[in-house]
Design a protein around this ligand. Sequence first.
Ligand code: G
Ligand code: G
Ligand code: MN
Ligand code: NA
Length: 256
Amino acid sequence: LDQESRLREAVHRGELRLHLQPVVDVTTRELRGVEALVRWEDPERGLQPPGAFIPLAEETGLITEIDRWMMIEACRTVREWQESSPETAPHWVSVNLSAANLEVPDLTDRVAYALAGTGLAPECLVLELTETVLMRDIAVTAGRLEEMRELGVRIAIDDFGTGYSSLGYLRDIPVDVLKVDRSFITGLVGHQRQQELVRAILQLGHTLGLKVVVEGIETEDQLDLLITLGCRFAQGYFLGRPEPVASLRSRLATVP
Ligand code: G
Ligand code: G
Ligand code: MN
Ligand code: NA
């Protein structure tokens, strides 16, 4: 079988896996949210990261099936977690939606179905779209997002700050969350200019009433610095790598 057929089969054979990466409140270090990240348990090649198959899935249109599966699996998983451990469960789960999803005519129905089928509260679901996707056709995109937002779900701009264009879409597009791209964090420590830029992004988001999640925290120094810059929510290898729900839950249970 060629790679496309194998990937198509993978979706139907149940070879996709949901991994969750923690989003932490930096003021308490408590888990607040999780981001859903797909893996493919390829029987021939082992566990594949998204970079190994998402590009092909996007070229072939399979991505909308993958994203649909991930949305349901993410909603089900977090709903079960909230039911069994309401004290420690994440308040929200975010899923990544590639561009092609915005061309799926029944996307809003798919979101509604994932919520209804699992019982997850709409405000617990965050849909992540990249800046580049959001800016493609602002009028059309804004309409689609408004439709989904009427269900009560939240919209996040992923990779914020790396897009090609201006901030104009923040005026036109209904968003709730900014996810600051990890490229802003890489050179943060020791670089005043980078720090001021991140401080300004945090202020902009907060002024607009948005939640801001800073991505790509890999060291304690970066985390400490971010706190002084006004950061509230962060994500990154230092705070937790993407992992299956069972291992994430057991790890959290053993933290003092
Ligand atoms: O883990 P890695 O760095 O290889 O991820 C690469 C990209 O794959 C990231 O941009 C991430 O947003 C994307 N990605 C991960 N899971 C999903 C998913 O379920 N759906 C879509 N559309 N993209 C995903
Ligand atoms: O585009 P998006 O933000 O969805 O990409 C998420 C990807 O980033 C995931 O594949 C995840 O594994 C990866 N990631 C998460 N935290 C870190 C980090 O601290 N450092 C690096 N290099 N990658 C990270
Ligand atoms: Mn993302
Ligand atoms: Na991102």
